[in-house]
Design a binder for this molecule. Structure first.
Ligand SMILES: [Zn+2]
Length: 165
């Protein structure tokens, strides 16, 4: 391989690293942290210029707070890290479709892009007809959907088994 080809190849690999799957895997790591705390396993990361500026997971039990969803924690944390309340040019990766509350918060944050794994047929923001997100916000769904939903399915299966004992 000549030098130019080597250079191109290296850059290609570098570009290839920052895919939606790459960052969704990081959100899944956060979901695993929630699972370890016996929280509903949902994780999120916020990315700005290919860098993770916030990592968060669901903490509703730990904080005894129904609003402590992964996305809410991530928005606050990213705003602190970036030093401004608006998250323009940021992407949120979250393992489960945001609920109506989180979609509202994401609207206010002016986030550019949302990538989610599993759909939430019961509480997801798409279950309502109203347009909760900013029309300019780009949405990608179904990234690593199986991995994201399996975590939740297993969690609730275990909970049910424990309940019936
Ligand atoms: Zn939510």
């Amino acid at each position: 391989m000549n030098l130019i080809n080597q250079y191109l190849w290296r850059n290609f690999e570098y570009m290839d690293l920052f895919t939606d799957e790459f960052f969704m895997k990081e959100a899944l790591k956060e979901a695993q942290k929630a699972l370890a705390k016996d929280e509903i396993p949902i994780g999120a990361v916020i990315v700005s210029k290919n860098q993770i500026v916030a990592r968060a997971h669901n903490l509703t039990e730990t904080l005894n707070d129904v609003t402590a969803h992964a996305e809410m924690q991530a928005i606050t944390s990213a705003a602190n890290a970036l030093g401004g309340k608006y998250l323009v040019d940021c992407t949120l990766y979250v393992t489960l479709e945001p609920c109506v509350m989180c979609a509202g918060a994401l609207y206010w944050s002016q986030l550019s892009k949302i990538v989610y794994g599993a759909s939430d047929q019961k509480r997801g923001y798409t279950t309502t007809n109203s347009e909760l997100l900013h029309p300019k916000t780009q949405i990608i769904k179904g990234i690593m959907e199986n991995e994201c939903s399996n975590l939740l399915i297993e969690f609730f299966k275990k909970k049910r088994l424990l309940k019936n004992k």
